[in-house]
Design a protein around this ligand. Structure first.
Ligand SMILES: Nc1ncnc2c1ncn2[C@@H]1O[C@H](COP(=O)(O)OP(=O)(O)O)[C@@H](O)[C@H]1O
Ligand SMILES: [Mg+2]
Length: 385
């Protein structure tokens, strides 16, 4: 319903649940934004982002507002394209606007969100897991031992479960409750009950692991029918976020839908600064690693555009570097460095201690706290803190 007014706006009448109307009124005032402008912005954002959760609009009373000429027509076209009613679309748009414009008061009261570190590369064997474990330990380690003393959650998001087993933890059984089940709406209990502390006095109780489960092998298939699938990992982990300063996600060696959820989880949230969270890419000083890098950044660019989100690259880690391999190693290191953004934040040497630590099922910083790799992990943690 639209009728013209003398100004540049037209009156629009639809329906909106009373609680949404009350919340956007208060929130717009908190942000010193005119409610009409908030609604206009909400409708534009709604058309940009992907499918959103359904809002109950069954008892929605009539609602009118004034929108810029033509804005409502555009919105209605977007609704029709997506097969969503105008009332449902408006309710989703208001929900989205509220999420993207948190109350400044609440923001002040709640502690900040945990930073997210997404360790990604679809190439296997480049060091995603070694880096997740090592940097996670350095984040949690006692500051008196050169660590950062942060509360850390390691998420084993690779169904192969290497991160889980190398920290001496059993992967979850196929029928057990799991992160993946919480992502696809089949979760049974509290996700926090699956979290296992990694015990060592240097971490006190600060280092926790969410173990892998073999059900992750079918996650891509399940996600293909999950609503608002890109945010599935975020929705599942949200209840745990308050307990941690940093969440490290060890990704699988693939580029499927599961990876999209991990990359999306590292996106810059409205209240975050550039680089607070994002993707860390371990690579090796060799040519095949460069091809994999191009594919991964291509996927990240696609997600950025499709979902209109900011995804920050926190850096490249050139892993398993051995300068004795001569020209191949030194020239490809130079190539990585010449990319500039993402920058090379560390070069980790190829040393036996990493493999020995894996075999002994101990964290690297527990197995050999003084080795060159442990030192490198602490340096990376400080650079990416
Ligand atoms: N800097 C390193 N020096 C020696 N071995 C390493 C190093 N980084 C990783 N590794 C070993 O290389 C193998 C592959 O590393 P991993 O972290 O599992 O890779 P991804 O998770 O990318 O598949 C593992 O056996 C790991 O212990
Ligand atoms: Mg791995």
């Amino acid at each position: 319903m639209a009728s013209s007014s003398p100004g540049e706006r037209e009156k629009v009448t639809s329906k909106l649940p009373a609680q949404l109307r009350a919340r956007i009124k208060v929130r717009a005032a908190e942000h010193s934004i005119d409610i009409q402008d908030a609604i206009a912005h909400a409708l534009v954002r709604w058309a940009q982002v992907g499918a959103l959760a359904k809002v109950d609009t069954s008892k929605a009373p009539p609602f009118s507002t004034w929108l810029p000429q033509g804005a409502y027509e555009e919105f209605k076209t977007a609704c029709s394209k997506r097969g969503v009613s105008y009332i449902q679309g408006l309710a989703q748009a208001v929900e989205l606007w509220l999420t993207e414009h948190p109350s400044p008061q609440e923001e002040h009261m709640t502690t900040t969100h945990p930073k997210r570190r997404i360790m990604a590369n679809q190439k296997g064997g480049v060091g995603k897991t070694a880096l997740s474990a090592g940097v996670g330990q350095a984040y949690a380690e006692d500051p008196a031992l050169d660590g950062l003393g942060l509360r850390v959650l390691l998420v084993d998001f690779d169904p192969q479960g290497h991160l889980t087993t190398q920290l001496g933890v059993d992967p979850l059984g196929l029928d057990s409750d799991s992160l993946v089940k919480h992502m696809t709406g089949e979760g049974r209990g509290e996700l926090s009950s699956l979290v296992v502390p990694i015990e060592d006095e240097r971490f006190a109780d600060r280092l926790h692991l969410l173990p892998a489960c073999a059900d992750g092998f079918v996650l891509d298939v399940k996600l293909s029918t999950t609503r608002a699938r890109e945010s599935a990992l975020e929705r599942a982990l949200e209840p745990l976020e308050g307990d941690y300063d940093i969440i490290v996600v060890d990704c699988p060696p693939s580029l499927g839908l599961a990876m999209d959820t991990a990359i999306h989880y590292g996106r810059r949230r409205p209240e975050e600064k550039a680089g607070d969270s994002g993707v860390v890419i371990p690579v090796q000083a060799e040519d095949s690693s460069a091809d994999a890098f191009t594919l991964l950044t291509g996927q990240i660019e696609d997600l950025r555009q499709d979902l209109r989100v900011e995804i920050d690259y926190l850096g490249l880690v050139v892993n398993m570097y051995d300068g004795r391999r001569g020209y191949i190693a030194t020239s490809s290191l130079k190539e990585w460095e010449s990319i500039g953004d993402p920058a090379v934040v560390a070069v980790v040497p190829d040393r036996k201690e990493q493999r020995e630590a894996v075999r002994s099922k101990q964290g690297l910083l527990v197995y050999d706290p003084g080795c060159a790799q442990s030192v490198a992990m602490r340096q990376i943690a400080r650079t990416l803190s």
